[in-house]
Write a protein that binds this ligand. Structure first.
Ligand SMILES: NC(=O)c1ccc[n+]([C@@H]2O[C@H](COP(=O)([O-])OP(=O)(O)OC[C@H]3O[C@@H](n4cnc5c(N)ncnc54)[C@H](OP(=O)(O)O)[C@@H]3O)[C@@H](O)[C@H]2O)c1
Length: 267
């Protein structure tokens, strides 16, 4: 897709990856709809973007069904007014690094709601107002393909999002909407607390800058790349885990004590 003057909805716009993505897309001429929970942060972000007057804001907590309805109704109203949406980037996400036994049912539900249910519901609504040709880009994670201790529910949500994207890409064949999936590896944003940063250092896990992921998001939109895993050697581990999961299990067993130590600390 040529993103110049295209209207693109970006959820999680005020987060680490979202902010860098908004900046790049705006610089390249896209008109954005920035979605986030905090109005001031959204306004602040908008004021720093290229052509700020071109961008629209939606304040929404995506774990609430009424927020999905609100976004849907807003887009339907805009459509009647001649504001057409060409792409949706489901980027909002969260996780909590902890073993399952330490989690509350509420935090598990909220995480799955945000990482899996909300992009699924928003994609469904988007079928009613996305322009054809149109794009839906779902932001996943390396952890969609590699079950990692301390991230069981995050892995579950992102793996679900991966399969959802693949199924929808096939379901919508010939319908004028491409459904893409991009999976970053560890990235330096507030998503990862101090324990995770330290653990990644100790275990030698590489961390990308948010702008690196933002560039990959823009490229995925432009090239309409169906699925991309970011980072080397992570993309190799993704393949190895598909074919020889025991190898990855054995390597993670050697790190288990360290991972347990960090997961047991207070955030
Ligand atoms: N950072 C990593 O290591 C990493 C690795 C792989 C994949 N990813 C994925 O990349 C995406 C962006 O993450 P990030 O690293 O930029 O994290 P981040 O800096 O923590 O940003 C997360 C964004 O999600 C939004 N969000 C959280 N809860 C929400 C809710 N209930 N309703 C609406 N929005 C909500 C936040 O909005 P507010 O500004 O309103 O809080 C924020 O904009 C996520 O899908 C994440 O899973 C990240």
């Amino acid at each position: 897709m040529n993103i110049k003057q295209k209207r693109i909805i970006l959820t999680g716009a005020t987060g680490g990856i979202g902010t860098e993505t908004a900046k790049l897309l705006a610089e390249q001429g896209a008109n954005l709809v920035l979605v986030g929970r905090n109005k001031e942060r959204l306004e602040q972000l908008k004021s720093t973007l290229h052509n700020p007057e071109q961008h629209l804001l939606i304040e929404a907590d995506l774990t609430k069904p009424e927020s999905i309805d609100f976004i849907n109704n807003t887009c339907l109203t805009w459509r009647k007014q001649g504001i057409h949406v060409n792409a949706l980037i489901n980027n909002a996400g969260s996780n909590r690094f902890a073993y399952l036994a330490q989690r509350t049912p509420e935090s598990i539900e909220k995480e799955l709601q945000l990482n899996l249910i909300s992009p699924v519901l928003l994609s469904q609504k988007a079928l009613g107002w996305l322009e054809r040709p149109g794009l839906i880009l779902n932001i996943g994670s390396t952890f969609a393909a590699i079950g990692y201790p301390g991230y069981s529910t995050y892995c579950a949500g992102k793996a679900g999002l991966h399969r959802f994207s693949e199924a929808m890409q096939r379901e919508l064949s010939g319908a004028g909407i491409q459904v893409l999936y991009l999976a970053p590896r560890a990235t330096d944003t507030k998503l990862n607390d101090q324990r995770v940063l330290e653990m990644n250092k100790v275990l030698g896990n590489q961390t990308d800058k948010p702008v690196t992921v933002a560039k990959a998001i823009v490229t995925a939109l432009k090239q309409e790349k169906t699925c991309r895993w970011l980072g080397w050697p992570e993309k190799l581990f993704v393949r190895i885990n598909q074919i020889f999961p025991r190898l990855v299990s054995s390597s993670l067993r050697q790190q288990h004590e360290k991972i347990t130590e960090f997961a047991s600390k207070l955030p």
